[in-house]
Write a protein that binds this ligand. Structure first.
Ligand code: HEM
Length: 370
């Protein structure tokens, strides 16, 4: 016979209801927060998901398994060799006179992994540096010297304006003109795109960080900086006739030939801002007379295809930074971090669910390889 006296008293429903109400409120608040972050409560708010959707739409096709922007590229590997000059600016380990290995990626702008290299105005370099103090620095740089627009919203509007009209397969010139009128800073970028010479190779292209970062040295001193990777390979320009005649994959073919002869090198040049220089607007350049410090050398030694190489599963989020480097508060950096994450998750999901496009898929135009 069980001892009824020793049983725990059954809960008093009157005492339980405040706790139940509290739990319900916490669950409701979590659901609301989730809905807010996902943008379900604010259909017009620009969320990372909506930005990524707009990029996918402007590509005209979802190339599953690939980056939603800068989709065509190759993995590269090598090291960064600091020369010691950077330690006065930042305590990041890579600036010491040591070699820091990286997994990198050279790519072209655009949403198709099968696009023609001759049509890609923008070329890019991304690096994930793993230093011997266990820290990581990821960076993604472009061949344009400044960003086309001053804000995240403006870049979204540019993406929408460049979306092909289903009727013509081309962007609507009226929408593009309206965008350019609303964002006068874009004229400088358009002039660059029209007139800047096209280098013949990934090897002789300059890659610019464009956004501003904050360097902090061991003494705690701070400097606002931007950086560029400037090629040690001599510059050579490509005429439009040469581009037209070039193979659709001439950049990766050229890279293979060059790497068979030896590594390729770039100087990392850090530019230090003066008070008053624009920090949170990457469309504005700094005056030429700012202090430039060569802090080391990027050395690329080998390459592998992006579909099988180590860069495939790296998100080159520009806000993954080591001690001694911080973001500057530029909203474009925060947006990049958020949108790259969505793009990364979508491609990894494609790959994990066996939906990645292949080189022979229906979306692949002739001649191009992913
Ligand atoms: C709000 C502005 C921007 C948006 C929304 C944006 C969006 C994207 C997206 C979705 C990707 C693909 C990421 C992935 O799947 O891993 C990407 C890649 C890239 N972006 Fe941006 N981007 C922005 C600004 C910039 C700027 C200012 C630069 C350079 C200075 C830049 C350089 C790059 C590079 C180099 C890559 C290729 C990285 C790789 O090889 O994985 N982007 N961008």
């Amino acid at each position: 016979m069980p001892d009824l006296e020793s049983r725990p008293a059954s809960p008093n429903p009157r005492r339980a209801w405040p706790a139940l109400l509290g739990i319900t409120l916490i669950v409701a608040a979590a659901a609301l927060a989730f809905a807010w972050v996902a943008g379900w409560l604010t259909p017009s708010r620009l969320t990372p998901q909506r930005f990524t959707n707009a990029i996918e739409t402007s590509n005209g096709h979802i190339y599953r398994g690939f980056r939603r922007a800068h989709a065509k590229g190759v993995c590269v590997a090598g090291y960064f060799e600091g020369n010691g000059q950077g330690v006065t600016l930042s305590s990041a380990r890579i600036f010491a006179p040591v070699r820091t290995p990286f997994v990198g990626r050279l790519s072209v702008g655009g949403g198709s992994p099968y696009g023609l290299d001759s049509k890609a105005r923008v070329r890019s370099m991304a690096l994930e540096l793993n230093s011997d103090d266990g820290q990581q620095w990821r960076m993604a740089m472009n061949s344009f010297p400044f960003f086309g627009v001053a804000s995240v919203q403006a870049f979204y509007e540019q993406t929408v304006a460049n979306t092909p009209d289903p009727a013509t397969g081309q962007p609507d010139p009226v929408k593009q003109a309206a965008f350019a009128k609303a964002h006068p800073e874009f004229a400088r970028f358009a002039a660059w795109a029209k007139s800047a010479p096209w280098p013949t190779s990934w090897a002789n292209t300059t890659y610019n960080g464009v956004n501003t970062f904050r360097f902090i040295n061991r003494a705690g001193e701070q400097h606002d900086v931007r950086w560029s990777m400037q090629p040690q390979t001599a510059f050579a320009a490509m005429s439009s006739e040469q581009r037209e005649a070039a193979d659709g994959n001439f950049l990766s073919e050229d890279l293979d030939v060059r790497l068979a002869q030896g590594p390729m090198r770039w100087d990392m040049v850090v530019t230090v801002a003066k008070p008053g220089d624009p920090i949170v607007d990457p469309s504005q350049s700094w005056p030429e007379d700012r202090r430039h410090v060569i802090v080391g050398t990027v050395v690329i030694e080998s390459t592998t295809p992006q579909t099988t190489g180590a860069c495939r599963d790296i998100n080159y989020d520009p806000l993954v930074l080591p001690t001694g480097v911080e973001g500057s508060g530029d909203p474009v950096l925060a947006a990049r971090s958020a949108v790259y994450s969505v793009s990364f998750n979508r491609r990894e999901h494609d790959i994990a669910s066996g939906k990645a496009a292949s080189a022979t898929g229906p979306a692949a135009p002739q001649g191009a390889k992913p």
